[in-house]
Design a protein around this ligand. Structure first.
Ligand code: LCS
Length: 388
């Protein structure tokens, strides 16, 4: 099946009534037919459902759908993107192991490693993974996981997934890619050599800013089993209603992302020529330092833009206070245009030095381009920039 057909039909669940969509099995538990049936389910001698934290038909349908979109073996849906991140860390790392990761990953993905897993003896090294030499130099005999986020949030730096796979070949290192910023519509890390892919489905996959959720797709049955067990033990399962919402959202992934990218290219071209903008990072502009890698690794450039205002911190705040159409909010990847100013919002808790080390400059603005009429998006920016 083609990608768009999979969006609609992969994981389809046939019920006795011929429902066209997957019903919400809003139940916590499932009755066994008799004692032997219960024993067989627990022993894995028979397939079936036991308890919703372990598995549920609605959640199952979503897991099969996303696993097919990512060309993986199987997927494990989670309560949130952070539920997915933790299911991966908890399932793949133990005391004495070392993880290498992109320095500008989503803040909590790094914070939980450095402030919690470190307490249990997991060693971590955060580096600029867009520089392949730094990845090579960070490898240690106890390195077990290479964790990449590409493009990274909010710096829009890209890491070469295939080149990283080549470096760790035959070293027994598991490569995990957080594919939230691209979705499988634009990038398929497993095809490029990754072993595990995860998402905050809160973003592009669901696409409508109405639920929080996550998913982990594995290449092999062994990795899938490890991550499922970890999710079950942590209790970061998705809920059937969440799964229903995501199944509904994912059907339009291609057409949403196509429109959003069409809009983003025009917004990026507009911003690139604006006198109040100091710099802009959009992988679809030739000025992006990794434009060639974006063309090679992704099938499109997406709809996330970061840009720097010449007026710095105050200009950032002023822009936030003057946009009308763009919603001033965190999150991204939905049908609605969102804007945020990391220095005064998501990264305000960091010292200026720490912010700058992570390339979060005072004037940096993150813009998630939606699917509204592009003229309205640009007009809104224009009137707000006039007041900066
Ligand atoms: N990975 C990435 C790349 C993310 O951007 C996020 C959330 C997560 C994982 C965690 O997912 P969640 O638990 O929120 O579903 N990113 C957010 C952001 O940029 N603004 O608000 C949340």
């Amino acid at each position: 099946m083609g990608f768009d057909t999979k969006l609609i039909h992969a994981g389809a669940y046939a019920d006795e009534f011929g429902s066209a969509t997957v019903p919400i099995y809003q139940t916590s538990t499932f009755a066994f037919k008799n004692a032997q049936h219960g024993a067989d389910l627990f022993a894995g001698r028979e397939n079936g459902y036991i308890y919703t934290r372990i598995g549920n038909p609605t959640i199952d349908a979503l897991e099969k759908n996303i696993a097919e979109l990512e060309n993986g073996f199987r997927a494990v849906a989670t309560s949130s993107g952070m539920g997915a991140v933790n299911a991966v860390y908890f399932g793949l790392l133990k005391s004495g192991d070392h993880i290498i990761s992109t320095n500008s990953v989503y803040g909590p993905s790094r914070a939980v490693m450095e402030s919690y897993y470190a307490n249990f003896g997991v060693e971590s090294t955060y580096i600029d993974t867009s520089d392949i030499e730094k990845v090579k130099a960070a490898l240690k005999p106890n390195t077990k996981v290479l964790y990449l986020e590409t493009p990274s949030n909010p710096t829009m730096l890209l890491t070469d997934i295939a080149a990283c796979a080549e470096i760790i070949k035959d070293k027994g290192i598991i490569m995990v890619v957080d594919n939230t910023f691209s979705s499988p519509f634009l990038q398929k890390p497993l095809d490029l050599g990754a072993d595990v892919v995860l998402h905050s489905v809160t973003k592009f996959i669901n696409g409508h800013a109405d639920i929080v959720g996550g998913i982990v797709v594995s290449k092999t049955p062994e990795l899938d089993a490890k991550i499922r067990k970890s999710m079950i033990m942590l209790g970061t399962n998705m809920d059937p209603h969440q799964a229903f919402m995501v199944l509904r959202g994912v059907k339009t992934l291609s057409i949403r992302q196509e429109r959003a990218e069409e809009n983003a290219r025009k917004v990026a071209e507009y911003l690139e020529n604006h006198p109040k903008i100091e710099w802009i990072k959009y992988p679809g502009l030739i000025s992006h330092p990794q434009y060639e890698l974006a063309k090679k690794q992704m099938s499109g450039f997406g709809s996330m833009i970061s840009f720097g205002l010449k007026g710095g911190f105050d200009a950032g705040k002023a822009l936030m206070d003057n946009v009308h159409l763009a919603i001033l909010a965190v999150s991204l990847g939905g049908v609605e245009t969102l804007i945020q100013h990391p220095a005064s919002m998501t990264h305000a808790g960091l010292s200026k030095e720490a912010r700058l080390a992570a390339e979060i400059t005072d004037g940096l603005v993150r813009f998630s381009v939606g699917i509204e009429n592009v003229k309205d998006i640009i007009d809104d920016l224009e009137q707000a920039l006039n007041k900066v």
